[in-house]
Design a protein around this ligand. Structure first.
Ligand SMILES: CC(C)(COP(=O)(O)OP(=O)(O)OC[C@H]1O[C@@H](n2cnc3c(N)ncnc32)[C@H](O)[C@@H]1OP(=O)(O)O)[C@@H](O)C(=O)NCCC(=O)NCCS
Length: 141
């Protein structure tokens, strides 16, 4: 992912999500973690992106921070391909577990992750007092 790709993510993210979300595209995902980010393009236009990282401790955990697909390109397995590509990199790096987190009530994200073989649980106070989160995991080793 280059800086123009990152800038494009910041430009489209509120639109793709349908509300203020740009703060989640923290610059650390470009400057420090851009090499592992994924984007998908059609005719030079970005139609999907995935921001994530691998944790440091052995075995590393492959963490997916955020995935977004252009509204006109949903349900065409763009998200699935981005996840599979990231998962391949995680396996190659020796990860045995993958993880992602979302807010309770995000049914689309739950259905998407379930379809890709992830399991989930709602964890009270995960993100601090009164801030429950849905925690997704997938064993890959
Ligand atoms: C969630 C999201 C990433 C899915 O991306 P996508 O490219 O449309 O998903 P895919 O086409 O790869 O879907 C794979 C499977 O997930 C499931 N799925 C995906 N979107 C779904 C939806 N809206 N409702 C129900 N199931 C869904 C389906 O089983 C699908 O397979 P199928 O189409 O063959 O039935 C996309 O809708 C998106 O960007 N949403 C806005 C941002 C967001 O919610 N991100 C996730 C939290 S960070």
């Amino acid at each position: 992912m280059n800086k123009a790709d990152y800038d494009e993510i910041v430009r489209v993210i509120d639109w793709w999500w349908g509300g203020p979300t740009a703060s989640l595209a923290h610059p650390v995902f470009f400057y420090e973690l851009g090499k592992i980010a994924r984007i998908m393009e059609v005719d030079g236009k970005m139609i999907g992106f995935l921001l994530g990282f691998l944790t440091a401790e052995p075995p590393p955990i492959g963490y997916i921070h955020m995935v977004g697909i252009h509204p006109d390109y949903r349900r065409r397995h763009v998200g699935r391909k981005l996840y599979e590509s990231f998962e391949d990199s995680c396996r190659s790096a020796g990860c045995t577990l993958m993880k992602a987190v979302t807010a309770p009530g995000d049914e689309r994200s739950v259905q998407f992750h379930e379809a890709l073989g992830w399991v989930w649980e709602t964890v009270p106070d995960y993100a601090g007092p009164g801030r429950a989160r849905v925690v997704f995991t997938k064993r890959i080793g």
